[in-house]
Design a protein around this ligand. Sequence first.
Ligand code: SF4
Length: 66
Amino acid sequence: AQEKLAESDPTAVALKYVHESKVEGQYCENCMFIQGGEGEAWRPCQIFPGKVVAAKGWCTAWAKKG
Ligand code: SF4
């Protein structure tokens, strides 16, 4: 399994990544940068190569899936 992104990871800190989004309607699972793993709790993200992010997470790079 891929390593879960830590909130303390320097890039995560820079992008204010959190495992639980506090922004209504904005979650990793509906962000354009999420990759595969449909329906899974932890999924790859283009912004954090080699790690998986929480489906219910969020960061400042969030952008609506097209
Ligand atoms: Fe989540 Fe940020 Fe990756 Fe979007 S860019 S999936 S909000 S970690």
